[in-house]
Design a protein around this ligand. Sequence first.
Ligand code: ZN
Length: 492
Amino acid sequence: MSVTKTNFVFLLLIASLFTKTLYAEDWTSTQFKFIQHQPSSVQNPDIVDHIIELHLSDLTDRLLTGIDEGTAHTLETYLEQVAEQYRAQGFEGPAIDGRIAETGAYPIYVYDYPDKGAPTAKYYMRCEDLKTRRFIAVDASRVGGGGAINTKVYEDLAHELFHAIQGSYELFDKNCHLGDWIAEGTAEVMGIEMAKKYASLAVVGLVRWGGRSYSRPLRVGDDDPDRKDDGYWSSSLWRYIGEYISNGRSVIGSEEGKDPDYRYFAQFFNENITGKINENKELDWLDKSLRSHTKIGVGLNNIYSRFITTFSHYVPDRFGNEANTWRNCLYGEDVKCRDLNSNIASEVCNTVTLQKGSSQQVELSLSKAASNCVEVSISGAVKNDSFPVTQVRLYVEGNDKKQLESLWIGTKHEDKIQGKFESKEGESPVHNRIHGDDFVSWVYTLSTNPQIFTVSNIASKPSETNTQKFTIIAAYPHSEADINEPPGNAGN
Ligand SMILES: [Zn+2]
């Protein structure tokens, strides 16, 4: 049977459809092939970027045109291991165009692009249906070679491959301005895990833990120039959720438990966000995803407050860095977590000092889904035979139940982080309430003196969280009998 021209075109069309099904996002191959040049201008609609970069770049940085075969082979093998791991964890295949016809391998383009402000590898995504070619590029001038591959390249390649996987989900493909705390935070945590696992890198010091400002809102938008690091290092929240699952919801403590289980990303990524992206939609997306996951089943208010409470302690415990410096990274103003190697002496938490039978108050202002810390110290003997009480009571008065219930306070071991709400509506206040008729309270047994408390502000429906300014009253009672009553004269 002869094939007419029309039939031939038809067959090609069928073949290309078949090829698309076979090679699009379904992991028929986990191989990679380094191509030692950039995609041609015809294939690469991002060529304008490259031209702009050429003009901006330092020409002395552009002498290298490729990398040696041995290095290319090492990195191809590494990427194959990473891809096998991503596939085994249940992710879609990467959205990378132009796969190698004979083998189905994914191309990785190696060429010299400007170092300044760019990672050693990058993924060119498709943005909201613009027909951009999707590919991964590696900067030839920074790969290294001859047995001395730049360790950052391992991390960046696994990070970019994860971006390519994200590109197979509508959540990312249709929302190219999804907040960095999601898009970069999840890619960052996976890049670091893979480099640790398959390149045996004693990875990346403190950066691995994801120190960022948590006194600013949890949500970090896309390409926010002021909060770039905060976006990437939201990796800490995703890592915590992975540990929460792998350790069966038990308290995540000082010791590293089982490796984090990141398979939950695949389920979360299947939950799309429609319409214009914003903070509220992103927070509620995560809340819904957490509640519907069979191994989590609680909301973001619960997870976030537990995370921040325990995270402020477990990094110093595990990594051995100075706890006060770490708190400055999380809660300080203008403190760059990049500078963590230099120890910071001053205590960043608001501090109250209590004596037996006294109370003190401290004012806090918290943004939407944000945290801060309070240090409570007891002066004089904390505990003796005639005075066995080692408990303090914290409470916040107010008139808005929802706002009061958005406050969570926890210690190192994250106990009792949800306060006890009591309404005094309709009764004549027994005590001199100065901030409202209702209150929410927490009772803690001190385990250290001073004791650090982490305070967070996040509502049951996270989008409904209001920025709030409030007063925490800390009381150290006369006797055990006092502990269940707020003191009458706040502010003594
Ligand atoms: Zn990235």
